[in-house]
Structures are given as structure tokens and as C-alpha cells.
Design a protein around this ligand. Structure first.
Ligand code: BGP
Length: 471
């Protein structure tokens, strides 16, 4: 594996591929959800920016933009479309072509096995709470490792376990859309830990030169005060949001404090099996993918039931209301608000220092584990001129402020090895469809050819990469 610093951008299968039922692909839970009446907007990823047919153009644009790595995900239901576990070779063919295109330009692929889009047959059996999911995932993962081997130098097992679990079983905005089901939230998070460990067990059997990691969403918990109560809320916020997944993935164990606290909250932990402990202990990750969006700001739990809203505002609901997203976890912590920090229109704080603080904390806790910033992006209502050009100065400001913090942490000894802008081009945003844009490249959804136009941020990023070749 190349040792040079990786500069790239990221996408995920459901959000960019389109071709939702092409070439033998089976439906995923997102296909099922978006095609159902639960999807109140009617907006889907059926076509999206159609990366399935535009991948050559998109990868060429990455290369022309100076990027030397691309993070994307494989659609599980393209590879294993049905419960009979028969492999769909045409699915492999598509990703083989994508890899060939990356190799043509010396772009290092960083490939995630599941980015939210479980096959629908897995969803039908209970999804992330199905007791068979870790074995089913390991079967799929092993097929992928065998097929691609070292051709993929960086594998990621799961995208954003606790964030995904929270959206599925707390906020309820991702399928199966269960609101505030703590039992299922904990069960899901545990099964994700087991999926990660069992996939890594398959990976190690092949003795590949590649490395394997996990991508985590949340930053470290922070508070506005340093009283003992606030510090306890920070510890609880970290246990609930970060340690659940990072401790087992990196250190090979689930913290006893977390288990005790979860039990004390009345959760039935009978899904945790004694024999799982050794699997977790023996199968840890080689690198951590850390995403960088927003601060996790907490204060002591005060009152009320567990809920996934703050001030009764929806989380990530795309209404353009600047109401802060967050949650209350009874007996653990509540989200706090900081009047001095701006929010984006989806209620997320714009607070670049959170990634510096997180990286320093990760080093204090986990030492020199290699870290890739696997997503950093600014969602916005972009406005294009008549030529389709977007002068996205807000995105440039957001990304450069985060990069300053990331490079500061790196200069102070955190083992940061790469960075990915979310996203390569405009694509489907979960729940918020196509209005909320993140891309370095604009996609004109009104154009039958889905015309791509680089934004101002694309050129800015190219220059930034050029200016940081000495990393
Ligand atoms: C991360 C996901 C991405 C991406 C991003 C922006 O949590 O890994 O898939 O979508 O968030 O989120 P959204 O599109 O909801 O604004």
C-alpha cells in the first residue's frame, strides 16, 4: 500500500448508483422503503446521479481534480440478491469495472461493504436485529474478499454503526423507522459489533496485504461546563455514541461500564452471547475511519423520557428550520445548545474544532491507530448560474476550516493518513433527497444526461491538494 497521504472524496452505493434493479440486483431495504408509502416525499435513489452508467466520467473528474483515492460502497444486494445466497457475478463485474477505472488513474479504492443498504431479505428477517445477521454479513464479506482480494487495499466493514442504529431505532427516519426503541437500538448496535468482528475473521483467513477498518460517525462528546455533572454527561455521551462500537472494534472489548449502564436502563441483554467475547477480542480493525460533520454537545440528564428530538424539532428533517438536532437519553445525558455556534439549515452545528478535539481524544484513548477522515462535507441549498456553475464559497469555508483542524491534529502527532470530502458529486441525501447538496461536482437532475459541472469547491480542493503534497 502506498504510504503517501490520501486525498479524495466519497460516495455510497444507494446514494449514487441508481440502476436499482439492473443486472440481477436484488432490492435493498432502502429500495423497499423509498418505494413504500412510508416515503412521504416520493423521492428515491432509483436513478440518482446514475453513477452506474457515469462512473468513467466521475472517476476521470476525480483524477483531474488531483484526487488519489476514492471511497465508495458495494451494494450487498447487487452481490447477493436473494436469501438463497447465490452470488450475482454481474454485480462483481460492475465493481471490477469501477476498480479498473480507478487503477487507470492511480486512484486508491477505499471500499465499504455496507453503507446502510441491507438487502431486503435481511430486512424482512429483522434487519440489524436479526440474530442471523452477523453470519449472513460474514458470508457476503468473504465472497467480496475472495473476489477482489488485494485489488482493494482498504476495506471498511460498516458505515457509521451507532449513527445508523440511531436513525433506524431512535429517530426513526431510516428503515425500519422505529422511534425511540432503546431495546432495538442496543440490539442493533451489538449486532453491528458482531458483523464487524465476524467479517474481519473472514478477512484474516485470506492473509491479504490489504487493511480493514470501520467508519464511525460521531465526534467525541463535549460540554460547555466542566462541573462533575457535565463531565459525567460527557462520559455517558461517549459511552452511548462512541465507545459502544469503537472499544470493541479497536480494543476488542465492550466496556463493562457501558454494559452495566445499559442493564440499569432496563435493557434485556440476553442477545449478548458468552462465545461472542472471543470473536470480538480476536478480530479488531487495522484503521479507523472517522467522519467529520458536527459536534456532539451534551449536558446532564435533567428530566423527561428518552427522545430523539430537541425542542420538539425534527432531526435532519430538511425543512430549512435552524432547529438543533439532538436527543435526550433518560438517565444518561441530553443534547445541549450553544447560542454562539451557527447551525446549518438542517440543525447541525458548524463547529470545526470538534474534529481536532476528537482526533486528540482518539489518540489519547487508542494510541497510534491509523485514522482516515472518511467523510467531511457541507450540505447546502446550492444555487447554480445559467451555465450550471456553483460558486459554493460556504462549502469552501466549511471544508478549509475543518482541514485546518485536522492538519493541526496531524502536526501534533495524530496518525491521520487520508481525507475524503463528502461527496464526490451531488447525490441522494438520505431523507432530504436532491435539494440538500454536498458534491464537489454539480449534477443537473433536470438534464436527461445528468450533466456534471465542477463547482468552485472542486477547483479549490484541487489547489489545496497541490499545496499539501509534502504531507
Ligand atoms: C453520513 C452518511 C452519508 C451522508 C452524510 C450526509 O452520515 O454516511 O451517507 O449522507 O452523512 O448526510 P445527509 O445526506 O443525511 O445530510
Amino acid at each position: 500500500m502506498t504510504e503517501k497521504f490520501l486525498w479524495g472524496s466519497a460516495t455510497a452505493a444507494y446514494q449514487c448508483e441508481g440502476a436499482w434493479d439492473a443486472d440481477g440486483k436484488g432490492p435493498s431495504i432502502w429500495d423497499e422503503f423509498c418505494h413504500s408509502e412510508k416515503n412521504t416525499t416520493g423521492i428515491t435513489g432509483d436513478v440518482s446521479c446514475d453513477f452506474f452508467h457515469h462512473y468513467q466520467e466521475d472517476i476521470r473528474m476525480m483524477a483531474e481534480g488531483g484526487q488519489n483515492t476514492y471511497r465508495f460502497s458495494i451494494s450487498w444486494s447487487r452481490i447477493v440478491p436473494k436469501a438463497d445466497r447465490v452470488i450475482n457475478e454481474q454485480g462483481f463485474e460492475f465493481y471490477d469495472n469501477v476498480l479498473t477505472e480507478c487503477e487507470k488513474y492511480g486512484i486508491v479504492p477505499n471500499v465499504t461493504l455496507v453503507h446502510y443498504d441491507l438487502p431486503d431479505y435481511v430486512g424482512a428477517q429483522g434487519g440489524w436485529c436479526w440474530e442471523g445477521i452477523a453470519d449472513e454479513f460474514a458470508y457476503y464479506a468473504a465472497a467480496v474478499f475472495r473476489h477482489f482480494g488485494d485489488r482493494i487495499p482498504l476495506y471498511v466493514t460498516i458505515n457509521e454503526p451507532t449513527h445508523n442504529a440511531s436513525c433506524c431505532y431512535m429517530v426513526g427516519n431510516y428503515p425500519p423507522n422505529e422511534k425511540v426503541n432503546m431495546q432495538h437500538f442496543c440490539h442493533c448496535a451489538y449486532n453491528m459489533v458482531m458483523c464487524n468482528a465476524k467479517a474481519i475473521r473472514e478477512f484474516r483467513k485470506l492473509h491479504l496485504k490489504s487493511q480493514i477498518g470501520l467508519v464511525h460517525a460521531s465526534c467525541s462528546a463535549e460540554a460547555l461546563k466542566a462541573t462533575p455533572e457535565y463531565l459525567e454527561a460527557v462520559e455517558n455521551g461517549d459511552l452511548f455514541t462512541n465507545d459502544w462500537v469503537l472499544d470493541p472494534a479497536i480494543k476488542g472489548e465492550i466496556p463493562q461500564k457501558l454494559i452495566d449502564k445499559v442493564k440499569a436502563s432496563g435493557i434485556d441483554l440476553s442477545f449478548m452471547k458468552a462465545e461472542d467475547r472471543a470473536v470480538i477480542a480476536e478480530n479488531t480493525i487495522d484503521f479507523l475511519g472517522q467522519n467529520a460533520y458536527s459536534r456532539l454537545l451534551v449536558k446532564p440528564y435533567h428530566s423527561g423520557e428518552t427522545c430523539a428530538t430537541v425542542n420538539n424539532a425534527g432531526n435532519n428533517d430538511g425543512s430549512g428550520k435552524a432547529a438543533k438536532e439532538g436527543k435526550t437519553v433518560k438517565g444518561w445525558f441530553e443534547s445541549d445548545t450553544d447560542p454562539d455556534v451557527p447551525l446549518n439549515p438542517w440543525g447541525r452545528e458548524i463547529y470545526p474544532q470538534c474534529i481536532y478535539n476528537t482526533l486528540i481524544k482518539r489518540k489519547q484513548k487508542y494510541g497510534d491507530i491509523p485514522i482516515y477522515i472518511t467523510e467531511n462535507g457541507h450540505g447546502a441549498y446550492d444555487v447554480a448560474d445559467e451555465q450550471g456553475y456553483v460558486a459554493d464559497d460556504g462549502r469552501i469555508e466549511f471544508l478549509s476550516n475543518f482541514l485546518e483542524q485536522i492538519l493541526k491534529a496531524k502536526a501534533e502527532g495524530v496518525n491521520v493518513k487520508g481525507y475524503y470530502v463528502w461527496s464526490t458529486m451531488d447525490l441522494y441525501s438520505w431523507i432530504n433527497g436532491y435539494k440538500k447538496r454536498y458534491g464537489l461536482v454539480r449534477v443537473d437532475y433536470d438534464d436527461p444526461d445528468l450533466k456534471r459541472t465542477p463547482k468552485k469547491s472542486y477547483f479549490w480542493y484541487k489547489q489545496f491538494i497541490e499545496d499539501h503534497q509534502d504531507l
